[in-house]
Design a protein around this ligand. Structure first.
Ligand SMILES: [Zn+2]
Length: 459
């Protein structure tokens, strides 16, 4: 009898320990395109500003546990964001382009759905469009990531409490308006951070997007002004929304989506600024963790690497501090140059040099050799007299802006292998309850499985 009671008490204790070790709150941060070199370059850059060799620490790179994961998909060694997002969300490899489905076209629920089915509140947010591949992988099931309107319908059906990012890419199709569909499904729309602050307390479910008088798509961190949404504002509003009347906890996926776009554009400073914005958002999760240390798990990873970014270009040195003189993205420089061209403003080469100096620090802060100036001048003629461009997946840059960016990269000694994704491993950093469970080389499909197991989600 005594033995039975002891066993019973032991079982109770084990069950209590298991429960105590389950994180009630899970943050899942995904830096799109953020390979280890993107993080390393950011930390080397920060140190260079203080004329220091080595690194200045960013928050998430200091998490107590870190490892690395594969990124290949079911159809290619080089994944796209749809297949990688699906792997990180559902635990299934799929073919590039497919969203929320395994390679055999079977719809697969994501860890966000498992969390919801376990009574958790769910938030999904990003710095790019809320119907983009990474966020979409958590709520949509589509054979092709470009079915944006259908992805929007899947979002409305998800019932998740919080979405934030840039608005739908295809808000209307065949007379059906997605805002209306979302409102009918119980979502409140908030345009901008201030509106989000005013509305979250009374909203059952909230979608926060840019202010109506600002560009629909959230600009890169380097291009933002005080009226644009930032990732920290999105996370702050999300935590408020998800903690409201919350007894069972939450699952919150946060994507630094524009890191990928900047890397497609081989734009080093724009990449670094978006990683710092991502890190600022993670700091809020760390503050939350400090208030709830026994109940919080934070995972930071990436879906794949973009651009084959390398700090180094052949010499045993770096000059990353040259990047500090870049004041806007290459896309924004293209915009300026296109405006000059369109308005047929009479601009001399000296005037154009001034634009390149304001935007990239060229000529004034960053020396330009006569050979490079010749190359810039040729690009200027090709872009202004002809229509020379450089295209990548997300933007089309003026050949002149692209050449100026290349010269800054060369000066800073940053190299890029391509303007597309690579098959590199991606980093995984973890903090909090169960953080030690992510170890050894991980296949990316294991991340949602490990997380669900730690958090006790019902599939
Ligand atoms: Zn990409």
């Amino acid at each position: 009898m005594k033995k039975t009671i002891t066993l019973f008490v032991l079982c109770l204790m084990c069950a209590a320990t298991a429960l105590a070790q389950q994180p009630k709150y899970v943050f899942y941060f995904i830096g799109d395109g953020m390979g280890l070199n993107q993080i390393n370059t950011t930390e080397l850059y920060l140190a260079s500003l203080n004329n220091k060799l080595g690194i200045e620490h960013i928050t998430f790179a200091d998490f107590p546990y870190s490892t690395f994961a594969t990124s290949f998909s079911a159809s290619s060694d080089v994944t796209d964001s749809a297949a990688a997002g699906t792997a990180l969300a559902t635990g299934h490899k799929t073919k590039n382009g497919m969203l929320g489905m395994s390679a055999d076209s079977v719809a697969r629920n994501s860890i966000a759905v498992w969390a919801k089915n376990s009574g958790k509140k769910v938030g999904i947010c990003t710095t790019v469009n809320i119907d983009d591949a990474t966020p979409g992988a958590f709520y949509a099931h589509q054979t092709y990531r470009g079915h944006y309107h259908s992805i929007g319908h899947d979002l409305a059906k998800s019932g998740f409490e919080y979405f934030a990012g840039s608005d739908f890419r295809r808000p209307e199709e065949n007379g059906v308006e997605l805002h209306k569909v979302c409102e009918d499904a119980g979502y409140t729309y908030a345009y901008g951070y201030e509106e989000g602050k005013a509305k979250w307390a009374n909203a059952d479910k909230l979608i926060m997007v840019q202010k109506k008088d600002r560009p629909r798509n959230i600009p890169y961190a380097i291009d933002r002004n005080e009226n644009d949404l930032t990732l920290p504002q999105i996370v702050e509003t999300g935590i408020n929304m998800l903690m409201k009347d919350n007894k069972k906890g939450f699952f919150f996926m946060v994507e630094g989506g524009a890191i990928d776009h900047a890397c497609h554009g081989k734009d080093a400073m724009t990449t670094i600024k978006d990683i710092l914005d991502f890190d600022d958002a993670i700091k809020l999760a760390v503050e939350f963790y400090k208030k709830h240390p026994k109940e919080t798990l934070i995972i930071v990873t990436a879906d794949h690497e973009t651009g084959g970014m390398v700090p180094g270009n052949g010499r045993y040195e770096l000059n990353l501090k040259a990047l500090q003189y870049q004041t806007c993205s290459t896309d924004a420089v293209t915009h300026k140059l296109n405006a000059i061209k369109k308005n047929r403003m009479k601009k001399t080469w000296e005037d154009i040099k001034e634009v390149l100096s304001e935007s990239f620090g060229l000529f004034t802060q960053v020396p330009v050799s006569w050979r490079d100036e010749n190359a810039l001048h040729e690009a200027y003629e090709a872009a202004f007299e002809g229509n020379a461009k450089e295209e990548n997946w997300y933007s089309t840059n003026s050949a002149l802006a692209a050449k100026a960016r290349d010269i800054l990269n060369k000066n800073a000694m940053v190299s890029w292998a391509s303007s597309a994704h690579s098959g590199c491993y991606v980093p995984v950093f973890t903090l909090g309850v169960g953080a030690e469970k992510y170890h050894g080389r991980i296949n990316n499909i294991e991340i949602p499985e490990i997380t669900a197991k730690i958090a006790g989600y019902k599939k």
